[in-house]
Design a protein around this ligand. Structure first.
Ligand code: GLN
Length: 384
């Protein structure tokens, strides 16, 4: 059989590659982003309760109405937003799916999408599979801010969308109010859509404020904003997220969604509808996770790696400049095999493999896991 690949340049995602390598070499896995500590027991009990109560059949394709109402209530409280749960929110099987669906809803062949690199590795394949073209802009190393003048220069008549992601994966960079002003100026009086990946919305540190698009009703009119329960409630394997948009755009989003996954795990939606009312759970998350980041930072001082500070997400990148001549992919493999610690090479987030000799660590782990990893990394010997 002959098959013309729709994604000829795509291999296996780096997250699968590094997690498999970690298992193979029995390494501490600080690569793929997932917590290794237990999720909340009460939330687990609520799923059990929903199943026992017989909530095991399809719910509405847009998502369980009461969950959507609770999501709208959450953001009304957080940002004084006025979101119509019936028309503007759709529950999805994870944040990545929400992103894919938003891109598929909007993109026509030959459209251009502005993507900031390093970029989460699903964005570009999701654009390419829709026949559109990623227009790449590098975030300024090492603070990974957006070079807005370059964005202005790269806007053309074909620009259909701009993807933003704050807090940012893999760098942990966070957008500021000034960034939002720049963005607003660029899209004003254009037909450019925004895709805002906010899956790390509550993982924000150092007293910074998350600049959600939901704070800006004028921008929400042209945006798809994507979220993840997995990141907020330490259950990445549940694969449940949601997308918020304007009523008109969401109507189109749902046309794509209904013939893809159709609907999402019912018992978990019932459980989340109840648990989301516990504000403490998400309001304290930034503080808890910052403690982990800070603990990891302190431990990492025992190693020769140089920090590239993050302010959000559950990642922090470190430079190995001057420690090895290997490219970052080979270096990540070398660290896994020889020192027993798996990480993610940052070049995996660049289409053309730009290599700043940086690797990403996930610190959403038990203290004992972080200690075990750093104990191994402290043994690192220069390899030049
Ligand atoms: N978002 C997670 C990360 O960046 C991984 C998700 C995935 O494996 N697809 O590590």
């Amino acid at each position: 059989m002959q098959l013309q690949s729709k994604l000829p340049d795509v291999g296996t995602t780096i997250f699968t590659v590094m997690s498999s390598l970690a298992v193979q070499h029995n390494a501490v896995n600080l690569g793929q982003g997932f917590p290794d500590f237990a999720m909340n027991n009460e939330l687990i009990a609520l799923v059990n309760k929903a199943m026992q109560n017989g909530n095991n059949q399809y719910v509405h394709s847009n998502g369980l109405p009461v969950l959507r109402e609770q999501i709208a209530a959450k953001y009304a409280k957080l940002y004084q937003s006025n979101i119509d749960a019936e028309k503007q929110i759709t529950i999805t099987p994870g944040g990545t799916y929400a992103i894919y669906t938003a891109l598929t809803t909007v993109l026509q062949p030959n459209d251009e999408v502005i993507v900031f690199e390093p970029a989460y590795d699903s964005y570009i394949p999701n654009i390419v599979i829709n026949g559109a073209k990623p227009v790449l802009i590098s975030l300024a190393y090492p603070n990974y801010s957006i070079p807005w003048q370059e964005v202005k220069n790269k806007i053309t008549a074909k620009t259909k969308m701009i993807i933003i992601n704050s807090p940012h994966n893999p760098t942990g960079a966070v957008l500021t109010k000034q960034d939002i002003i720049e963005l607003r100026n660029i899209v004003a009086n254009t037909n450019i859509f925004i895709l805002s990946d906010e899956v790390y919305e509550h993982l924000i540190f150092d007293d910074l404020q998350h600049q959600s698009i939901l704070r800006y009703p004028d921008l929400l009119e042209r945006s798809f904003v994507c979220f993840s329960f997995g990141k907020t409630y330490h259950c990445t394997g549940w694969k449940i997220g949601y997308c918020i948009s304007s009523p008109t755009l969401m109507n189109e989003f749902r046309k794509v969604h209904q013939f893809n996954s159709f609907s999402i795990d019912s018992p978990k939606q019932f459980a989340l509808a109840e648990y989301i009312q516990n504000e403490e759970a998400y309001l304290t998350l930034g503080k808890t996770m910052q403690q982990k980041r800070d603990y990891f930072r302190t431990l990492m001082q025992q190693t020769p790696f140089k920090i590239i500070p993050s302010h959000g997400s559950y990642f922090e990148c470190y430079s190995y400049e001057g420690l090895s001549n290997l490219n970052d992919k080979d270096f990540a493999i070398y660290l896994t095999k020889n020192y027993g610690v798996a990480t993610i090479p940052v070049s995996a987030f660049y289409k053309n493999g730009e290599d700043n000799k940086a690797i990403r660590f996930c610190f959403a782990k038990k203290e004992s896991t972080l200690e075990k990893a750093v104990e191994k990394l402290a043994l690192f010997k220069k390899d030049l």
